[in-house]
Write a protein that binds this ligand. Structure first.
Ligand code: ATP
Length: 557
């Protein structure tokens, strides 16, 4: 199936069966915001629960898992979305969490500067048109439309330009280079008006590139003065850093230990796109793992590999997933290593991958920043960044965020390994991976195309469906009894007596229900039912008495 077509089908199924809707759809939708429908909310909740179980509830702190340097503790927190504004100054988000953008003065369209390939294109001798138009998102109903191959080749040419001009700086590759190109272009267009960059939509005049902070600003209280400004968090991680001391003091955790949180984050993305992949409101599943500096590289490797395996264990095939270690010049200034788990989403070109999760070795950057004030790198060392008056640019909390190991009698600032995953991106990846069209016999035995979501049983929104074969002879009553026994066992179940049995199976296949139970005449005489398997299509006869246990054990896998 062509990949574009595949993505369109997935988006259509998501809407038709109530997984994902556009936010405020009756008003035309709101770009970058999505709602989860009755099935989507269950799927996403299962993704969340599976992650939380792996991190917290099923974690055995007495046991050293294979590959881990020692056993460890894991706890959870839930912190507020709006935090003290100083948090974002010291975390670096206030100054650095920016994208450059340019606006059209005529039609008011807004473009991300790093998508504005014109500067590069013109300097390479191509005509002064917006060759990169196709890299801009289209505001269509699905939010899709990115030509990723164009983006990639733009990125390549930027990297080459960086190398040739020696302008590469970690963390600002695109904007540094594009700024150089843009300025050169402006100079050249003074003598050649053809080179003046114009809006790709209306050929109107453009503004100069400007910094645009991705944090959503809001105001606290009724006065609304500048000092009441606050921000919706762009990541959940800071909630764990600022509570490091609280967690140490209030629980019996000893280093190494992890603090996990799942929650909403907000980024005012300039170009939300590709369905839920890049949204303005999204959910993150993040964990900060605090360890001794001397063991941090081992822990980095451990979490990197373990997080990669988590996706595979829950149904993503290895051929669609990569673990991409960042090159040195891609790393943030404080990071010793970062790897991304990336998935071959169907909206990307063949051979391309989109980030599901980043696993970063953050060193002691965060704890020290929140203690001493925002840090920057000078001569290879992290030091407190100074303002023009020579004082720290931003005040830290002044709190001692070091750790005292009472066994070794050593005091140190722990290093942090951070696996940061997106819950919506993971949900989308599981949905994309599960989508299959195959050939299966209908009730007359004729082969028909079947749409089936091969979701991992743990993730499937509905685990079992119960059908009476016909609506008489006591079958509906018996099926209702069985349905209730699943409810009582806490297994997500649905009941359906409408339409031919084949149609009912198809409806369940489309939403990924692993098992369908049918009550037929043999049930009434012999107290057995058929259990049909979504993937193999095999039908087994199981006694009604054993049914709940049977399904429970097959769900456990
Ligand atoms: P990207 O490079 O795609 O913008 P990022 O590297 O900025 O992502 P992180 O800050 O590492 O992302 O956030 C951790 C995870 O949160 C990402 O791997 C992704 O799964 C999720 N995430 C980040 N931004 C968004 C977004 N705008 N929409 C949906 N999920 C997101």
């Amino acid at each position: 199936m062509p990949t574009e077509n595949r993505m369109e089908k997935i988006v259509a199924l998501a809407k038709r069966r109530g997984f994902i809707f556009q936010s405020s759809e009756i008003y035309g939708g709101l770009n970058g915001f999505w709602d989860y429908g009755p099935l989507g909310v269950e799927l996403k909740r299962n993704v969340r629960q599976t992650w939380w179980a792996d991190m917290i509830t099923e974690h055995d702190e007495l046991f050293t898992p294979p590959g881990a340097p020692s056993s460890f503790d894991m706890v959870g927190v839930e912190t507020s979305i709006i935090m003290h504004p100083q948090v974002w100054k010291n975390s670096g988000h206030f100054d650095l969490f920016v994208d450059k953008m340019i606006d059209c003065k005529a039609c008011k369209s807004r473009f991300r500067f790093d998508h504005a390939a014109i500067a590069i294109a013109v300097l390479e001798g191509q005509p002064a048109t917006w060759v990169a138009c196709e890299t801009f998102e289209r505001d269509d109903a699905t939010g899709m439309g990115l030509s990723s191959s164009k983006s990639k080749s733009l990125e390549q040419s930027i990297l080459q330009y960086n190398k040739a001009h020696g302008t590469d700086q970690p963390g600002s590759i695109h904007t540094t280079t594009l700024s150089v190109c843009w300025n050169e272009l402006k100079e050249r267009s003074a003598s050649n008006p053809k080179l003046i960059p114009k809006c790709p939509k209306c050929a109107g005049e453009l503004t100069e590139p400007r910094d645009f902070n991705l944090m959503f600003k809001t105001t606290l209280g009724a006065l609304g003065t500048d000092s009441d400004a606050a921000y919706l968090r762009p990541e959940t991680a800071q909630g764990m850093f600022v509570n490091f001391k609280n967690v140490c003091d209030s629980s019996r955790v000893k280093i190494p230990f992890g603090v996990a949180q799942i929650g909403k984050s907000f980024r005012n993305e300039i170009t939300p796109r590709n369905f839920t992949f890049r949204s303005r409101e999204f959910e993150q599943m993040e964990m900060e793992f605090f360890c001794h500096p001397s063991q941090s590289l081992q822990w980095y490797q451990y979490w990197r590999d373990r997080r990669f395996q988590w996706y595979i264990r829950h149904g993503i095939s290895q051929q669609n997933l990569i673990l991409r270690e960042h090159a040195k010049d891609e790393l943030s200034h404080y990071s010793v290593g970062t790897a991304d788990v990336e998935y071959a989403f169907p909206f990307l070109d063949a051979g391309e991958y989109g980030e599901l999760e980043g696993i970063a070795h953050r060193g002691d950057f965060d704890l020290r920043s929140h203690s001493e004030g925002k840090l920057c790198k000078e001569n290879g060392q992290l030091v407190v960044e100074k303002g023009p008056d020579g004082k720290p640019k931003y005040q830290g909390s002044g709190k001692d965020l070091s750790y005292f190991d009472d066994q070794s009698r050593e005091r140190f600032v722990p290093h942090v390994i951070e696996p940061a995953a997106g819950c919506d991106r993971a949900t989308l990846a599981f949905l994309c991976e599960a989508y299959h069209e195959d050939q299966a016999p209908d009730e007359k035995g004729e082969m028909q195309t079947r749409l089936v979501l091969r979701l991992h049983p743990k993730l499937a929104p509905v685990k079992v469906a119960v059908f009476p074969l016909i609506k008489k002879d006591g079958m509906p009553e018996k099926a209702a009894e069985i349905y209730r026994s699943f409810k009582q066992a806490g297994i997500a179940v649905t009941y359906d007596q409408q339409a031919a049995i084949g149609r009912r199976y198809r409806r369940m296949d489309e939403i990924g229900t692993p098992f369908c139970v049918t009550v037929d005449s043999d049930t009434m005489s012999g107290d057995t039912v058929t259990v049909r398997d979504r993937d193999s299509l095999k039908q087994d006869r199981v006694s009604v008495k054993e049914l709940v246990n049977h399904i429970q054990s097959r769900l456990r896998g």
